[in-house]
Design a protein around this ligand. Structure first.
Ligand code: AMP
Ligand code: ZN
Length: 156
């Protein structure tokens, strides 16, 4: 293979890799950038998952393995690996969404308290590498320590 061919194939492989890592898609008149191999990037396009609530920067789903009744995840549409690398305007949008979702959960589940948590990085127990905030209602008599709450949410 001559130098020209090697260069051509390297460029082709590079372009194929870029294509696999992220895609732009028009959904509900919004351009959404997502990672092809990310579970949470796919949820807005996946008709099977019920979206509990939608906000400007994020959506809310019920956790598939709830640590308590009403355990939800607040997830930005756009892929960010975790909270610490997320732009402030998206963080603010998520905080506003948490305040709103608390009202819905209060009305539906009548909890006695909440744990709100974010795992940042695998070492901290993050298993899905797309930012999500756990909002976990707590109930009198559920008798979970904070350690148990987080070990349950990391066990999934
Ligand atoms: P973390 O350990 O902080 O990364 O939490 C990931 C959470 O995502 C766990 O609580 C899982 O139960 C939850 N989860 C994983 N896949 C899904 C899914 N398809 N739908 C809803 N929740 C999910
Ligand atoms: Zn993602």
């Amino acid at each position: 293979m001559n130098r020209k061919n090697i260069l051509f194939f390297s460029l082709l492989i590079f372009l194929i890799n870029c294509e696999e890592k992220s895609k732009l898609e028009l959904s509900q008149n919004k351009i959404i950038e997502y990672k092809v191999d990310c579970l949470f990037c796919k949820i807005p396009q996946n008709k099977e998952t019920i979206i509990y609530a939608k906000f400007e920067h994020c959506f809310v789903i019920k956790d598939i393995k709830p640590v308590s009744p009403g355990h939800v995840l607040v997830i930005p549409y756009k892929h960010y690996d975790n909270w610490l690398v997320t732009p402030e305007h998206v963080q603010i949008g998520i905080v506003r969404a948490i305040n709103e979702i608390k009202k819905l959960l209060d009305a539906e589940y009548h909890p006695d308290g909440y744990n709100i948590g974010i795992n940042c990085g695998p070492l901290a127990g993050q298993t899905v590498m797309h930012l999500h905030v756990h909002v976990m209602p707590r109930y009198k008599g559920d008798n979970m320590t904070l350690k148990q709450v987080y070990s349950n949410s990391a066990k999934q």
